[in-house]
Design a protein around this ligand. Sequence first.
Ligand code: TEU
Length: 561
Amino acid sequence: MQRQWWQASVGYQIWPKSFNDSNGDGMGDIPGILEKLDYLQQLGVDLLWLSPIYPSPLADEGYDISDYCGVDPRFGTMADLERLISETKRRGMRLLLDLVVNHCSDEHPWFQKALADPEGPYGQYFYFRRGKNGAPPCNWRGYFGAGVWSPVPGRADLYYLHLFHEKQPDLNWSNPALRREIYQMVNWWLDKGIAGFRVDAIVNIGKPDSFRDYPADRPDGLADCCNMLAEPSAKAHLAEYLTELRDNTFRPHGAFTVGEVFDTDPAELAAFIGPDGYFSSMFDFAATCCGKSPKGWWAARRPSPTDYRDCCFSSQKAAQGVGFLSNVIENHDEPRGASHYLPLGFEEQPRAQKALAAVTLLLRGLPFLYQGQELGMTNKPFASIHEVDDVNTKGEYAACLAAGLRADDALEVIAHYSRDNARTPVQWSAQANAGFTAGTPWMPVNLRYRSVNAEAQQADPASVLNFYKKLISLRKDPAYKETLVWGDFEPLYTEREGLAAFWRRADKKLLVLSNLSDEAMLLPLPGPVRAVVLNSRQLPPELEQQALILAPWQALVLEME
Ligand code: TEU
């Protein structure tokens, strides 16, 4: 496989509104990110992905864009962003923006012009369709729980399509004029000096040639819109558009791209991330999807640590020899990784968080950390549904009630899965509002900030933060980089519950062992140990001639003969 500059990178996602506020308005901003570049550099991350910073009505927190080539004044100015591009470069880091082109905002001029004249040229930028016997054109339910068709104001029986919120109309990629506008915009950003993009919800741009009903799958009589992704015409269009997008933008710029791609058939992996793939990389969402139900969050089952391991391992095997996945335990759409993958009662424990960190950072692929993950930030408590900001959570709460759950049970469900969990302000210090803002934070901070914060962890050699630093510097250590970045992956001891054990092998033979349980484990050793390269616990590993005892939640990297 050809080597690329980005393969040895460690990614870090910034969700700007909650990262760091420089001007006291309670919202994070780009100057606030600039203030923390040294922190990020010391952590060792080098590929920074910014969730959307473009002008937006924030109906879906910036994923509803009203101007693709601007910066929302709440986040700063174009000059601030240009400074961020140059300051990251100066530190050997690269900047990725979020490319959100399945849909735009209903306040984007394209949609405004389309509404004014649905039969005109801008009408062709969207999907306008007539209703069927007084009902919408088809029975799809969108990703946020409501129907995907909303009426066009003032036009009896005309609807527009939105797979997400009604303020996020879908862009019509079958229109070459729209595609040209998008490519121009992408090239404009790449010419400005960003290194590439995280590509949002991208599989949805391939729509089938006709919009037909699917069998209803919930009491609302609607069917999940993602059924359409399996239609042969949708798949064919997706391949056509992604090839064209790559050839007209990413490829000539040598850009790095990471696709938000769910549910890829292993047979299609090469098309997405192979040497000639649409993207450089894509997120591995196997564990993210584990236990989720098409019925909604109320019917989801939490994955166990063993489920987490099995998901990661099967993705690793599928991607090996094909391309580089991007490994995540959390992002701005998911519960905090520690709260989701660690068993109840252990989510706040640093030793358990470190065991999880060792797995996600040492698998083959690019690790992408999400802001605060490196501190062991956990889910936030919810006292009432009125505290919820996120549109998706509101839809899922309604789905809980429709399924017959009582209000307090519904609250418990959404409290675990809500996207707001990942969106509380980053805990920088034990000062007021966790040092995030001098004003009133737009969303309350998690009260754990008094003990869990960056300042305290920087001073504590045994902190979660310092363990992440060790893991990242191990990946970059010239002695081990070849093995940890390009080496192969092979699982072992998979019959053991709660143990993540795997080989990373190239010029060195590294054995990664992470005990994702509260029980000590006696493990046979597959050969003599040359060196203990990393140990998450203070106590030295109990090594015998042919066996070792792995303490509860202990993670070890052993260099073997
Ligand atoms: O997410 C796409 C997506 O499929 C999610 O909506 C996902 O199903 C859901 O969040 C699971 O809880 C992307 C962005 O990451 C998300 O923040 C946006 O809301 C969405 O696209 C629309 O742009």
